[in-house]
Design a protein around this ligand. Structure first.
Ligand SMILES: C[S@@+](CC[C@H](N)C(=O)[O-])C[C@H]1O[C@@H](n2cnc3c(N)ncnc32)[C@H](O)[C@@H]1O
Length: 285
């Protein structure tokens, strides 16, 4: 039987040949998952049973074909919580954790009770489920148009014991908004890639659904349409919180300001990119 160390070296070298710049990390994640061991290399001489070796090699092979690591593992962590992921749903990104922090800060400052929160364009449900985990008294609703994503939200809510409301609907439709009522905080990470971004996507990102990525010619379609629609569904002094892409902060800020939002606060992600905005509606509608 091959040892863990030998198999590890062989897998890293296969991935490097394919050109993965994260060959060691990817192999480590696959080993952790397949061997059920957080530190698989603490026992380098341990033999790997042939059936597990075959499964590890299959995953490494799929990775060399451009499949995202997260889809191959079927689960990924967001804000320290586990989420099922797979074909048809956006993989939760660390950038989005900034949006969670911004909502938490608003809740700490303004909502000691049970805020009503809507997560529009919910995808895997990572935002809605995480907020419910961290704010157990909040009334959290996840809205999503894709049936596949809705399936993932249901599984992820169950996995995390998060009692959230899951609604299939189009966030650009007045009917969806009217059915849902009003909220203290509306949070969204909508599709925001421009046509130019879509034309130059990395191979792995191309495996993710374009419904989750494409935000129109300049990437801003959702912000233009959602802001005037959903501002009518915010309670007085309520907040609209958005994630957006690299270089979109000025445009998103002016869309928010143009719709009467105030106290607009932008935040940077860990890479220093201005990534999120929180904006308050102070007028009584
Ligand atoms: C960028 S992903 C965000 C997913 C998740 N919130 C996250 O942060 O990982 C955008 C999501 O919006 C959904 N979506 C696209 N158009 C929509 C629409 N008109 N109404 C509701 N959801 C939509 C996509 O299916 C996708 O799941």
């Amino acid at each position: 039987m091959v040892s863990r160390a030998e198999l590890f070296r062989s897998c890293v070298s296969d991935l490097e040949l394919y050109g993965a710049d994260s060959a060691q990390f990817d192999t480590l994640c696959i080993f952790q998952d397949m061997l059920g061991d957080k530190n698989p290399l603490f026992k380098p001489a341990e033999p790997v049973p042939p059936d597990i070796e075959a499964r590890i090699r299959d995953l490494v092979h799929a990775r060399t074909q451009g499949q995202p690591l997260q889809y191959l593992l079927g689960k990924w962590e967001f804000f320290g919580y586990p989420f099922f992921v797979g074909s048809g749903v956006l993989i939760p990104r660390p950038d989005t954790e900034i949006l969670i922090e911004q909502v938490l800060d608003i809740c700490k400052a303004q909502y000691s009770g049970a805020p009503r929160i809507a997560d529009l364009c919910s995808g895997s449900g990572c935002i809605a489920v995480t907020l419910k985990n961290l704010l157990p008294h909040a009334d959290v609703c996840a809205v999503e148009i894709s049936d596949t994503a809705i399936g993932f939200i249901q599984k992820n809510a169950q996995l995390n014991h998060a009692d959230i409301r899951i609604v299939k609907g189009d966030v650009l439709s007045v009917q969806t908004a009217d059915v849902l009522g009003s909220f203290d905080i509306i949070v969204s990470n909508p599709p925001y890639l421009s046509q130019q971004d879509m034309d130059s996507l990395q191979a792995e990102v191309r495996c993710e659904p374009s419904l989750a990525l494409f935000g129109g010619q300049d990437g801003l379609d959702f912000y233009r349409a959602m802001t005037p629609l959903w501002k009518n569904h915010l309670n007085p002094n309520g907040w609209l919180c958005y994630e957006y892409g690299l270089g979109q902060h000025d445009d998103v800020k002016s869309i928010l300001a143009g719709n009467g939002f105030q106290n607009i606060t932008l935040r940077r992600d860990l890479a220093g990119i201005i990534r999120t905005a929180a904006a308050q509606i102070t007028e009584v509608i």
